[in-house]
Design a protein around this ligand. Structure first.
Ligand code: HEC
Ligand code: HEC
Ligand code: HEC
Ligand code: HEC
Length: 492
C-alpha cells in the first residue's frame, strides 16, 4: 500500500485549474495534430509531385504520366471496371430509351430517339463516341472535344478554329486516348488546369477573372470542361460554346437561346423547333447545397484513398454510391444505409416529378400535331409550338442531368414544375384552337410503353418530316441555281 492509493481530495479551485489547463493542452494537441496532418499532406504531396520522367503538356499517352504517378494512374485505369449498377446510375452501361420510352417520343426526329445510353467510366469515352448510333459522316470534330487528351494536342497543332471546322472522321486516326491526365493537369507542376478553350471563354463572358479562381473551385471546374450544357455555334465553324453569357440557370439559358435563335431540330410530331440540352451537371450542381458550402465535384467523386500508408486522390471517378465510406461519410455521420436511403428517397421523388412533366409534354406534342394535320396554320400554332419548345427545354435542363436529381433536388423540382406549368398552359391553348376547328374529341395517345413500340410509333412522323425537309431543301437548291442543273445533267 502506498500513499498514492488514497488520493487527497482536491480543492474546488485546483480542480478548476486542472480542467482549464487540461483542456488547453488538449486543444493545443489537437491543433498540433491538425497542423502535422496538413504539413504531412503537403510534404507528401510535394514528395510525390516530383515529376521524375518529365512529360510534355500535350502528351496524351496517360501511361507516360503514369510512370511518375502509379497510384493515380492505376486508379484512373480502374474507370474501365464496370462492376456495379446503383438504383439510377453506376458504372454499367444502361439504355435510357429502354428504361424510359418517353424519351423516344420527346426526341422524335432527333438522333437521341435512336440511341441514348447512360454514361460509362472515363476509359470508355473514345470507344463510346465512335460507336454511338447518333454519329454520321456529317458529325463535326467538335464531338471529340470532351473525350480525349488528344484534343488539346490537335488543337495546339492544327489551331482551335481549324479543329472545330473539321469533320469527326478527319481525326479518327489521331484521337485514341480516353479522358486523361493532360485534360486536368499541368505537366510541370501537376496543378489543376483548364485545357479546353470553351470553358475559359464562358467564364470570361460572365465577367470572371480567371486569375482569381481558387484551388477548391478548380476541383469542380476541371469537370465543368465537359459536364455542362453546350452547343455548336455556326453551321461551318461548329465552335463549341457554352450558353452562359447570362449565367448558368435554366432561365439564363432560355434568354441566351432566345436571343441567338439557335435550335437543334424540328420535332417530328408537333413541328416545333427544339433545343436539346446536353448534360448541365456543373450548372445544376451550382444550385445545390454542396456548392453553396464549397463542396466540390472531386470531394464526392474523387475522395482521398489510402494505400500502404500513402494518402492520394482516388482517380476512379464513379458513382459515390459505390464508395460511400470515402465520399459521403467523411463529412456526414450517417451509416451507409442511412446515406443510401437518403439518396434513393431524393431520386425516387425526383423521377416522379420528371415523369409528370414528360406526360404533359408528350400529350402536347400530339395535340399540336393533330391540329396541324387537320388544317391549323403555322401562324395559328406558332405560340403553342414556342411553348412546347420552351417547356421541353426546361424539362431537359433537368432530365439531361446525371445523378437523378441528387446534385440539387429543390432546383430540379422547381424547374420541372415550371416545365409542367408551361406545357399545361399550352395544352389549354391548343385545345381552344382545336375546338375552334370543331375538333371536340380528345387526342388519343398511341402506345409507347416500350422502346420498340415508341420507336415504331414515331416512325411515320419522322419519315414524313424527313420527306418534307428533303423537298424543301430541293426547292431551295433549285431556286438558288436555276441554270446549273440542266448543264450538269447534259454533261453526264
Ligand atoms: C455531395 C456529393 C456530390 C457532389 C459534390 C457531386 N456529385 Fe455527382 N453524384 C453524386 C451522387 C450521390 C450521385 C448519384 C449516383 C448514383 O445514382 O449512383 C452522383 C451522380 C453523378 C453522375 C452520374 C454517375 C452515375 O453513375 O450515373 C455524374 C456524371 C456526376 N455525378 C458528376 C458530377 C459533377 C460533374 C459534379 C460537380 C459539378 C458533381 N457530380 C458533384 C454526388 C455528388
Ligand atoms: C478529370 C480530371 C482529372 C484527371 C483526368 C486526372 N486528374 Fe489527377 N487530380 C485531379 C484532381 C481534382 C486532383 C486533386 C487535386 C488537389 O485538390 O490537390 C488530382 C490530383 C492528382 C495528383 C496529386 C496527388 C494526389 O493524389 O492528390 C497527381 C499526382 C495526379 N492527380 C496525377 C494524375 C495522373 C497521373 C492522371 C492520369 C493518369 C490524372 N491525375 C488524371 C483531377 C484529375
Ligand atoms: C474531357 C472531358 C471530361 C472531363 C474533364 C470530365 N468528364 Fe466525366 N465524363 C465525360 C464523358 C464523355 C463521360 C461518359 C463516358 C462514356 O460513357 O463513355 C463521363 C462520365 C463520367 C461519370 C460516369 C462514370 C460512371 O462510372 O458512372 C462520372 C461520375 C463523371 N464523368 C464525373 C466526372 C467528374 C467528377 C469530373 C471532374 C473531376 C469529370 N467527370 C471530368 C467527360 C469528362
Ligand atoms: C466535404 C464534405 C461533404 C461531403 C464529402 C458530402 N457532403 Fe453532404 N453536405 C455537406 C455540407 C457542408 C452540407 C450542408 C449542411 C448544412 O449547411 O447544414 C451538406 C448537406 C447534405 C445534405 C442536405 C442535408 C439536409 O439537411 O437536407 C444531404 C442529403 C447530403 N449532404 C448528402 C450527402 C451525400 C449523399 C454525400 C456523398 C455522396 C455527401 N453529402 C457528401 C458536406 C459534405
Amino acid at each position: 500500500m502506498t500513499k498514492n492509493e488514497s488520493p487527497k481530495p482536491r480543492s474546488g479551485a485546483a480542480t478548476g485549474w486542472m480542467v482549464l489547463i487540461g483542456s488547453a493542452v488538449g486543444v493545443f494537441a489537437l491543433g498540433l495534430l491538425a497542423t502535422t496532418i496538413m504539413e504531412r499532406r503537403t510534404e507528401e504531396a510535394l514528395g510525390r509531385l516530383t515529376v521524375t520522367n518529365p512529360v510534355d503538356q500535350f502528351e496524351s499517352d496517360n501511361a507516360k504520366w503514369g510512370d511518375n504517378f502509379p497510384r493515380q494512374y492505376d486508379s484512373w485505369k480502374a474507370t474501365e471496371q464496370m462492376v456495379a449498377s446503383t438504383k439510377y446510375g453506376g458504372s454499367k452501361e444502361s439504355d435510357h430509351l429502354a428504361s424510359n420510352p418517353n424519351l423516344v417520343m420527346l426526341f422524335a426526329g432527333y438522333p437521341f430517339a435512336k440511341d441514348y445510353n447512360s454514361p460509362r467510366g472515363h476509359r470508355y469515352a473514345v470507344e463510346d463516341v465512335k460507336n454511338t448510333g447518333r454519329r454520321s459522316d456529317k458529325t463535326p470534330a467538335t464531338c471529340w472535344t470532351c473525350k480525349s487528351p488528344d484534343v488539346p494536342r490537335v488543337m495546339n497543332r492544327d489551331g482551335v478554329d481549324e479543329y472545330y471546322a473539321h469533320k469527326f472522321d478527319h481525326y479518327l486516326e489521331d484521337i485514341n486516348h480516353s479522358i486523361g491526365c493532360a485534360d486536368c493537369h499541368d505537366s510541370k507542376t501537376m496543378k489543376l488546369q483548364i485545357s479546353r478553350p470553351a470553358l475559359k471563354e464562358a467564364l470570361v463572358a460572365q465577367g470572371k477573372d480567371l486569375a482569381k479562381i481558387t484551388h477548391q473551385e478548380m476541383r469542380s471546374l476541371v469537370c465543368a470542361q465537359c459536364h455542362v450544357e453546350y452547343y455548336f455555334k455556326g453551321k461551318k465553324e461548329q465552335k463549341l460554346t457554352f450558353p452562359w453569357d447570362y449565367g448558368t440557370t435554366a432561365e439564363a439559358m432560355e434568354k441566351y437561346y432566345e436571343e441567338s435563335g439557335h435550335t437543334d431540330w424540328t420535332h417530328a410530331i408537333s413541328g416545333a423547333k427544339m433545343v436539346k440540352m446536353q448534360h448541365p451537371d456543373y450548372e445544376m450542381y451550382m444550385e445545390g447545397i454542396h456548392a453553396a458550402r464549397g463542396v466540390s465535384c472531386a470531394d464526392c467523386h474523387m475522395p482521398y484513398k489510402t494505400e500502404g500508408g500513402v494518402k492520394f486522390t482516388d482517380h476512379q471517378i464513379q458513382s459515390p454510391l459505390l464508395n460511400v465510406a470515402n465520399s459521403c461519410q467523411v463529412c456526414h455521420r450517417w451509416d451507409e444505409k442511412q446515406v443510401k436511403d437518403r439518396i434513393f428517397g431524393m431520386q425516387d421523388k425526383h423521377k416522379e416529378v420528371m415523369h409528370r412533366a414528360e406526360k404533359s409534354l408528350i400529350a402536347l406534342h400530339f395535340e399540336i400535331g393533330d391540329a396541324a394535320s387537320k388544317g391549323a396554320t403555322d401562324a395559328q400554332l406558332e405560340q403553342v409550338r414556342k411553348q412546347v419548345s420552351l417547356a421541353q427545354m426546361y424539362w431537359d435542363y433537368v432530365s439531361a442531368n446525371n445523378g437523378m436529381g441528387f446534385h440539387a433536388p429543390q432546383e430540379s423540382a422547381r424547374v420541372l414544375a415550371k416545365a409542367n406549368d408551361i406545357a399545361m398552359e399550352a395544352r389549354l391553348a391548343v385545345q381552344q384552337i382545336r375546338m375552334g376547328m370543331g375538333l371536340t374529341a380528345a387526342v388519343v395517345l398511341p402506345d409507347f410503353s416500350t422502346k420498340e413500340k415508341a420507336q415504331s410509333t414515331i416512325k411515320p412522323y419522322v419519315d414524313a418530316a424527313a420527306a418534307k425537309a428533303k423537298a424543301a431543301e430541293a426547292k431551295k437548291t433549285a431556286e438558288a441555281q436555276p441554270a446549273a442543273q440542266p448543264k450538269e445533267v447534259a454533261r453526264r
